[in-house]
Ligand binder design. Structure first.
Ligand code: CP3
Length: 354
């Protein structure tokens, strides 16, 4: 039905030249129109007010005509919906009351998720209608944009829930893994169930692709990676496809290094996100050619713009021509990135010649 959309074609196993493009954090502080809206409402309000979330989601589509729109929300909306208080503090990032024992876990109210995520699902419904209407959205042609829904992977979300925010070394997470492994496993199991349900609801509401962000997957040793990243990811993918046969899913195990091999082999994802530390020339030949790749351009190249950016972008595209490929960065757009560099990058990728 929607196979005319390039991103969906890639997720379906096709190779497209030049590759379709979108950027992680394409809706964010580097955009002046985002910074303006940011004055009007705090982060949670922006995520939970459909008019605002829809508007912010579409801002980068209008400007750059990207091939995908990613729902404006956050991976921490799920713990928030389970009753863990969430604040975003300027200069500090997310802050939550940390969960460090059984009592903390018991205070969560997963039975209320449904009601609390309703505004997020409303945004997805509105976005699906808009991007599939006969009208173009700014630079994007009518019906060319795929809608990406997302969640954090259980391990990454658990990191924030246990630490109570961002962390340099995740010492409280490792302390729990070693001193109370049953409790950490309980948190992961709860997140597997709630994340799979949450993603199924996004799909029902109109998300056309799902992406799982595992920003901290790479900090785990291989055995723990298997237990807390591979198995939970496998199970979420299984649960989604039990309800939505063959549904296209992207996984992003950031900083996984060589653990990317087992991730690619065992998770059944259509496309794997690569951070900028993955060496495509090294991993390419050991990962099945039917699995697509997304990402890899260092966000600092985009920050700096110019020839380096252009050459590195072209080199990634050339190296990945023989497999399904979605162009993206290795991590999110940095807030100080000049808007002009994003125009340059999109131009450059879209005009790549044979
Ligand atoms: O454009 C998009 O990519 C879609 C929206 C999106 C946001 N966060 C909006 C956001 C997505 C997909 C995320 C995912 C997310 N959130 C991740 C995984 C990807 C990654 O970056 O590793 C993580 C770890 C989070 C948790 C989070 N949210 C942190 C640590 C922070 C503070 C740091 C920062 O970049 O400001 C946020 C805040 C956040 N989420 C902002 C945005 C646009 C900035 C909010 C603002 O400044 O107004």
């Amino acid at each position: 039905m929607q196979v005319s959309k390039k991103i969906l074609q890639v997720l379906n196993g096709q190779k497209i030249w030049p590759p379709p493009i979108w950027l992680m954090r394409q809706a964010g502080r580097f955009l002046p129109e985002f910074r303006e809206l940011r004055q009007q409402a705090d982060f949670l309000t922006r995520c939970l007010t459909p008019d605002l979330a829809v508007e912010i989601t579409l801002q980068p589509i209008r400007r750059f005509g990207f091939d995908a729109a990613i729902l404006f929300s956050d991976i921490l909306i799920l713990p928030w919906a389970m009753g863990q208080n969430l604040e975003f503090i300027e200069g500090k990032g997310p802050v939550l009351p940390p969960i460090r024992n059984e009592e903390g876990l018991k205070q969560l109210t997963p039975e209320n998720i449904q009601q609390k995520i309703e505004p997020v699902l409303t945004s997805v419904r509105i976005l699906n209608k808009l991007i599939n209407s006969e009208q173009s959205i700014g630079l994007a042609k009518a019906k060319s944009v795929s809608l990406i829904g997302f969640a954090g992977s259980p391990f990454t979300v658990a990191c924030y829930m246990v630490e109570g925010g961002s962390s340099r070394d995740f010492s409280n997470v490792f302390k729990m893994i070693y001193q109370n492994p049953a409790l950490f496993q309980k948190i992961i199991d709860l997140l597997v169930t709630t994340t799979a349900d949450y993603l199924c609801q996004q799909i029902e509401a109109g998300a056309e692709v799902i992406m799982l962000f595992d920003s901290w997957a790479g900090i785990l040793s291989p055995n723990l990676f298997r237990q807390f990243v591979l198995l939970p990811t496998q199970e979420i993918v299984r649960r989604i496809r039990e309800q939505f046969h063959d549904f296209p899913i992207i996984g992003f195990p950031r900083l996984a290094g060589t653990k990317i091999f087992s991730y690619a082999k065992e998770t059944n994802l259509n496309v794997i996100g690569l951070d900028q530390t993955e060496d495509i020339s090294v991993i390419d030949s050991s990962i099945d050619n039917n699995i697509g790749f997304q990402g890899n351009l260092d966000p600092f190249y985009l920050l700096n713009g110019g020839n380096y950016m252009a050459q590195n972008a072209a080199s990634i595209c050339q190296k990945l021509r023989h497999r399904p490929h979605i162009f993206n960065l290795g991590h999110g757009v940095l807030p100080t990135t000049p808007v002009e560099h994003v125009y340059e990058l999109v131009e450059h990728v879209r005009n790549l010649k044979d």
